[in-house]
Design a protein around this ligand. Structure first.
Ligand SMILES: [Zn+2]
Length: 151
């Protein structure tokens, strides 16, 4: 069905390499969703965001498929899933995994997300873990608040 002779398709090219590297077969839904994530202006997208954009492009795809593909991408470490609370609801958002760790601040007013990385915070966490004889596998820090220049 979703057969895949996309080798000469410009949009698909990078995506194809990434999918192959992740050991995933190249299917049209996977390529489309990956390219949405790659070209997203705000690069933290919910499944619904991606679904709506694909519908706008005239794609025939179900929300269930978008969820399934994102879950496969997460398992293959192509994307990272975060849970951001904004405007009173918790939402899973996905971003491409570039292998660089960063933390997030999220506006509870608008849902705007800003990424940051701070060496001192990172190092303090390691020191604190060490004091507790604790090995960190992963961490995420999300600051909630509002940007003072927001409407
Ligand atoms: Zn991020």
């Amino acid at each position: 069905m979703y057969i895949v002779n996309l080798i000469n398709d410009n949009i698909a090219n990078m995506s194809n390499i990434e999918l192959k590297n992740a050991g995933l077969k190249i299917t049209l839904p996977r390529v489309k969703i990956l390219s949405k994530l790659e070209n997203a202006e705000k690069h933290h997208l919910s499944a619904e965001d991606i679904y709506k954009e694909l519908l706008n492009d005239g794609e025939v795809i179900s929300l269930a498929t978008v969820y399934r593909v994102l879950t496969q991408f997460e398992a293959a470490k192509i994307v990272i899933r975060h849970h951001f609370d904004s405007e009173g609801n918790s939402q899973a958002v996905f971003e491409l995994n570039h292998g660089d760790h960063h933390d997030h601040m999220v506006s509870v007013k608008t849902g705007k997300v800003v990424e940051f990385y701070d060496e001192i915070i990172e190092n303090r966490q390691k020191e604190i873990a060490k004091e507790h004889n604790f090995k960190i596998n992963d961490h995420s820090m999300i600051l909630y608040g509002e940007f003072l220049d927001e409407e």
